[in-house]
Ligand binder design. Sequence first.
Ligand code: AMP
Length: 421
Amino acid sequence: MAVPEFQTSPGMRDILAPESARWRAFVDVFARIVEAAGYRQLMSPLLEDLGVFQRIGEATDVVTKEMYDFVDKGGRHIALRPELTASICRAFVQHRPPTPWKVWSAGSQFRYERPQRGRYRQFDQVDIEVLGSDDPYVDVEVIALGWEFYRALGLRQVTLLVNSLGEPEDRARYVEALRVYFEANVDALSPESAVTLQKNALRVLDSKRAQDAALIAAAPHIAEFYSAEAGAFFEAVQSGLRALEIPFRVDASLVRGLDYYRHTTFEFQGGTLDSAQNALGGGGRYDGLVESLGGPPTPGVGFALGLDRTLIACDDEGVFAPPSLNVDVFVVDTTGGLEALRITADVRAAGMRVDRAYEQRSMKGQMKAADRSGAKFAVIIGTDELDKAAVVVRPLRGERANDQSTIPRVDLISYLQKVLS
Ligand code: AMP
């Protein structure tokens, strides 16, 4: 086959059936779990003013390098969303809902990254955020819902890492200590991390480059900088996780992408993926984001889980297979197709899944299509049946396959309901 002139852009994919049904099921499972915990869906636009996303933090790659931004026909500088938190905070400021505001969201995000397995330029996330509560048990609830979601998908090889960045002042003292430490060792850092260091020493800890690993491992630890309040907050989060019997590991290098994170940060890692792409999802507590978007001081905590990458983990673990898209019944009509039109409408109206062949194909061609459809029964109408106001019902699979019966047309629906139940 010749290569077509147009194909999807790098890092962007068509999601065909049955995978597309699996994506929908993924969001359905997520929605069921978080709605049962009081989270309500927010559908925000794919495009926002660039400034909304710039508030995520000037030192993050997502903002500085990866944004799809452009000036629209009205002269507005806008961007395709690279993540959901900023839009949710912008929506909070715009609508001022009562707090705690518990929301969930889902959809495509856009980042101009180098595409590879598990890393795309358009990818999907599901997300929850709680705005307006400082209770450490909200952090625990948020983490627990992520954990429950992975369990519901059937994933078993997920590791939960948690950390705390302390209060903003603790964090500031820590960042300064890190800066001094990395600057003293800048010659040993990768060139990329040396650049990052100029902007934000904390971000250097995010580096997954082998060259940086030893320096990062020996860097000062945030725990040494916690105030009493920050220590108590982190202890409350950990004891909450223990109370729910959710296994976790404290990882002091977990600082995550947002400049606004404080206190809790966490990440879910998949056990089957390469380390550069093993983050299935993560989040944390942030402060100042709502204010920077023009709202009142409002704490927030939430997470985003990557759909694409989590489904790769599901494939690796052999869980959460695509749902069956088979129909129940396939109608084969050799009398011109009008009967098939009537019967499919009746069977569909009775709540069964039904498909048919078109274009007056031969009996053989139609039976082949019936087989491909995965239907359990074929309903066959030829001129004989039409004359007698009857239909033939032929089981297509199982022990009774091909053991067909002729039944009156008027009894078809109740007959199918009986054999399909
Ligand atoms: P982040 O918003 O960067 O914290 O990412 C949250 C989750 O989204 C990650 O753990 C990934 O599962 C997913 N994710 C982030 N960037 C990408 C990408 N470029 N391609 C696929 N998934 C991504």
